[in-house]
Design a protein around this ligand. Sequence first.
Ligand code: PLP
Length: 379
Amino acid sequence: MSAVQGLEMLAAVRPMPGGRVFNFSAGPAAMPLEVLEQLRQDLLDLNGSGIGILEHSHRGPVFDALLAESHAAFMRVAGAGKDWAGLFIPGGATLQFGMLPMNFLPEGGHADYADTGLWTTKAIADAKMVGKVNLTFDGKSCAFSRTPRADEAAPSKGAAYHHWCSNNTVDGTKWSVMPTAADGAWLARDASSDIFAEPLDLSGHGFVYAAAQKNLGPSGMTMVLIRRDLLEKSCRTLPSMLRYDEYEKGESRPNTPNTFGIHVVGLMCRWIEKQGGVKAMERLAAERSDIVLKAIDDSGGFWKAHAERWCQSPINVLFRGPSAAIDAAFVIEAAAHGMDGLAGHRSTGGIRASMYNAMPVAGARALADFMRDFARRRG
Ligand SMILES: Cc1ncc(COP(=O)(O)O)c(C=O)c1O
């Protein structure tokens, strides 16, 4: 079947309310229907103001209130107290790859980085543009099929911070134990693909960032949590848009911010609270990934998981069939059965099921059923 035929069939199969399909995309990713419907309304008229969210001034009273609410909801779900600043920053998580070292990697010093996947490799490359990097773990030798064990990834003396990525979106791995930072230093976490999919453990951290396009809604912006004492240490010689203290001073609007994105993040955080909060999200993630992993285990070796099971991500499940051609056929046929976005990252190939907070358990069941059916027919 060609990709075009696949799309034609997809148009005919709509397994969810509102004519929607199960979207397994790694990000931008599925959002709750309830939030999308609220946004449809808010595009035309935000809170009875007669003006839509895209049209409101970022300095007007309606947006003032919205910004305060979105910020408060984010900080509540994060469980971040007064010691933390929460910032809405444009530019995606990739901007943080450079902004973090530009602000906190001192001249002549160094920072620790654990390399656990494509995104950390990119973060390391950007940090090296700024200063010295010490690798605490190099996952390239095992094709990023695992994260460090408890006795690996030790921090080095004098490092300014230790950067880690808790959930590796491309390879579908997560850390089973949190790393530590050198004496007097702090952890910096890329939580782009698991923020609010479980309770956020801020202990040992000075900095947490997450691209919003997975569990928080809009692409092109990033949530940053930064310990307040570090704000004072932001590099003073950088242009204003690259300084964390400038975002904090300007309430995340040192310039005209992404007003729509800020609204979406607020709605997503309130939706998470309504579902029972991050603990409920964690239970759902485990339920969904167990369903898909069981289909891999039951396939008699037809499907093989990429990640070692002890560090398997409950969010991104990566697997392969007997050949690249079979994987490609699966992705197209799955689309024809109302399951979209299953192709692996372009750097790894294979099949990747990304199941963020908005993915219903029914989506994982539909995928597992189809994996069984496909393996029976092709095995
Ligand atoms: C773990 C992780 N870090 C960073 C990024 C980069 O995010 P962005 O494209 O918003 O810069 C991604 C994107 O998927 C990611 O999954």
